[in-house]
Design a protein around this ligand. Structure first.
Ligand SMILES: [Zn+2]
Length: 159
């Protein structure tokens, strides 16, 4: 962000209550760019006895992750993840559990991760390029983002 969205003045780094923040320097405007984390819903989606991993359009060939997306205005996180499962996989899902929340500091996001059981035929949405089905005991969680939720989920399953 470069310009104030309220008055179009060039934003500057200004001390706000002891923290340096990108803010509007105009005396007539008190805009502060807080840069708060964005909530993102993600799903460990099980179909039969496998978990669905997906590759978004534009991701490197070998990179797969969980289904994830931004909330729509007015939507609960549960509604959001079930909508993503419907839109991106063409499946009807049912929430099994809330796995937990995971700060993803690199992307300034707060991930809300659910375990979802799904049924139907997979039809990939236009944001996805590929998918794979992996049995839970063969999953290898990646050490960042949604991978941390997957790791916790796998460990809880073993108990
Ligand atoms: Zn301003």
């Amino acid at each position: 962000m470069k310009y104030c969205p309220l008055c179009a003045t060039d934003l500057k780094i200004i001390d706000v209550d002891g923290t340096q923040r990108l803010s509007c320097p105009s005396n007539d405007c008190d805009y502060v760019y807080w840069d708060n984390p964005t909530p993102v819903v993600a799903g460990i989606v099980e179909l039969d006895d496998s978990v669905i991993l997906v590759r978004n359009v534009g991701w490197p060939e070998k990179m797969f992750g969980l289904i994830a997306g931004f909330l729509e205005k007015g939507e609960t996180p549960e509604e959001g993840i079930l909508r993503e499962v419907r839109e991106e996989l063409g499946l009807e899902g049912q929430i099994q559990d809330f796995v937990g929340y995971y700060p993803f500091y690199e992307l300034n996001q707060l991930l809300l991760v659910f375990h979802v059981r799904a049924a139907g035929e997979i039809v990939l949405g236009k944001e996805l390029e590929a998918h794979k089905l992996i049995q839970a005991n063969a999953l290898k969680p990646w050490p960042f983002g949604t991978g941390l939720a997957l790791k916790d989920w796998l460990e809880a399953r073993k108990e």
